[in-house]
Write a protein that binds this ligand. Structure first.
Ligand code: HEC
Ligand code: HEC
Length: 477
């Protein structure tokens, strides 16, 4: 039988391009060409001619190899975007919030590390590493922070340091995805090490950082300061971004429905059709894909990147969307062209395996029985990703968290069952962080679902959770 596989490649590159995204555009163009060639070959191969089908097979292999090559290049481009691309959000962090002045005046490396910022040891020249070790580099001096920014060594911050009237000056600063979704392995010192992309930075205190801005009135500072480390409210800032600073200075009170949530991992998401705690991200609302939906949301409405975001579901809720930082296309869209590569990179990130010796394998094996049996966990945490996200979302009452009102601010009004691979790595648990440990998670379910698990069963179940992703488990990315 002869089938024709209709594949459409949506380049998503309708708006003017920033030069650095030419690589992506080229990639997409060649990927599209490849699909077309592939289809033409498939049609040619339908004639039943033996010679033709042999050469078709060879060409298919060549095409597959080429596609793999493009995929690798796309992932590499996405990694660069994830780490270093601000999408032009300096207009928010510099022009509006004046964070460049704050950093220059008051943020020494010690202060930066104290609010959870991380330093990439691989960006430090040997002399700097030496100087930090032997104390000749002053970590109490904001000038050192500028030097680190110049080296592109502060994870998630991108600074431009220029000579202004003979003085090193931080003229521009912006943030990247890595700010919240990368940490380091502390191999050099606490807060200084090799990057771990996709690992949520649960030390980072984004609210405390934003509250340093002189542009923010006290009533708002109080809100930002209330979030705490590892937490961020991606709905509160929607109002702030969309109204601009006028919202602050209008004398309006901050919106009262505020819920900062735990920054989630950006790894282990391959094959999951709904993203974020409430499953808002899906292909129906962003053709590039479910991860890209949320990436666009954050890049535009939170980071302040030069792009546009809207979602009719949020409009219906009365949220302050659309947000259009291109001002109707008068500025180039720097977000849309980045999405395919950015998504490809995130989908390439595997959930980290637990360190050897961090759990008891025989207890974990017993815990598996509890997970799939009396614990009823697999009713929702099903399949190789431990989530039923591709089948359904759950009502507000399904969450075992302390406060479940956050769903009301989402596009779906529901919960997505959280995937569990790598759970060992990112306490606390649930969107609100109300379970400090996996033991607390299991106890929360034990009472909520009236499971009547013995202490032994509960501690075995904890060992099972700590062991995910199991060695030999099919899922990793
Ligand atoms: C200021 C902190 C911050 C920044 C910067 C940030 N995020 Fe997030 N991210 C969050 C929070 C908080 C959530 C959870 C939101 C929710 O579920 O309502 C989230 C959710 C996600 C998710 C969903 C994970 C899942 O389990 O479905 C992905 C993927 C993600 N972010 C990727 C990115 C990318 C890519 C960027 C850069 C464009 C980015 N984030 C920038 C804080 C941040
Ligand atoms: C009715 C569906 C359902 C059942 C049954 C269920 N869960 Fe969940 N689980 C969820 C949802 C939804 C969330 C996200 C809730 C939130 O963040 O507020 C979640 C979150 C979690 C988390 C936190 C993950 C994170 O990243 O913070 C863990 C751990 C977990 N569940 C383990 C279990 C275990 C163990 C069981 C069995 C005792 C279980 N779940 C039973 C739906 C379910």
């Amino acid at each position: 039988m002869c089938t024709y596989l209709g594949v459409s490649v949506r380049a998503g590159v309708t708006s003017p391009l920033h030069p650095k995204h030419h690589v992506i555009r080229k990639l997409l163009a060649s990927a599209a060409a490849l699909v077309l060639t592939g289809s033409a070959m498939a049609l040619a191969g339908c004639g039943g001619n033996a010679y033709a089908s042999q050469s078709t097979a060879t060409e298919h292999r060549a095409a597959a190899a080429e596609q793999a090559h493009h995929q690798r290049a796309l992932v590499a481009e996405g990694k660069h975007i994830f780490r270093y691309d601000t999408f032009g959000d300096e207009s928010f962090w510099t022009d509006k919030l004046k964070m460049n002045d704050v950093i220059q005046m008051a943020v020494s490396p010690k202060v930066a590390l104290a609010v959870g910022l991380k330093v990439d040891v691989d960006a430090l020249p040997a002399a700097v590493k030496q100087g930090i070790k032997n104390g000749t580099i002053n970590l109490d001096d904001p000038a050192t922070t500028l030097a680190l920014l110049k080296l592109n060594a502060v994870v998630g911050l991108k600074g431009t340091v220029q000579d202004v009237d003979g003085k090193e000056t931080l003229t521009r600063v912006g943030v990247t995805c890595a700010l919240c979704h990368s940490t380091v392995d502390n191999s050099f010192a606490s807060g200084i090490g090799h990057r771990l992309d996709g690992w949520p930075n649960r030390d980072l205190n984004p609210g405390a950082i934003i509250a340093l801005s002189p542009a923010i009135p006290d009533s708002y500072k109080a809100v930002y300061n209330s979030w705490g480390p590892g937490k961020y409210d991606a709905r509160f800032n929607l109002f702030v971004q969309s109204k601009g600073l006028a919202f602050f200075t209008d004398g309006q009170n901050p919106p009262h429905d505020r819920f900062a949530v735990e920054i989630p991992p950006a790894y282990g998401l391959m094959g999951i059709d709904k993203e974020i705690y409430t499953g808002d991200g899906d292909i129906q609302h962003e053709p590039v894909g479910p991860v890209a939906y949320w990436n666009r949301y954050v890049a535009v409405t939170q980071m302040g990147g030069q792009g546009a975001f809207s979602d009719p579901r949020l409009v219906a809720l009365g949220a302050a969307v659309p947000v259009d930082n291109t001002h109707g296309g008068t500025l180039p869209d720097l977000v849309t062209p980045a999405l395919p590569a950015l998504q490809a990179y995130q989908l390439s990130l595997a959930a980290p395996r637990p360190p050897l010796g961090s759990y008891n394998p025989s207890a974990a094996a017993r815990g598996r029985q509890v997970f799939y049996g009396q614990g009823q966990c697999a009713a929702c945490h099903s399949g190789e990703k431990f989530t039923d996200a591709n089948i359904r979302l759950h009502p507000q009452s399904a969450s075992a968290a302390r406060n479940t009102d956050y769903v009301s601010l989402s596009a779906t009004g529901k919960w997505r069952t959280s995937p569990l691979a790598g759970a060992w790595q990112h306490p606390p648990y649930f969107h609100d962080g109300s379970a400090a440990t996996l033991w607390d998670v299991v106890n929360a379910y034990n009472s909520k679902l009236n499971l009547k698990l013995t202490v032994q069963q509960r501690s075995d179940l904890v060992q099972f959770l700590k062991a995910l992703p199991h060695r030999g488990e099919p899922q990793s990315r």
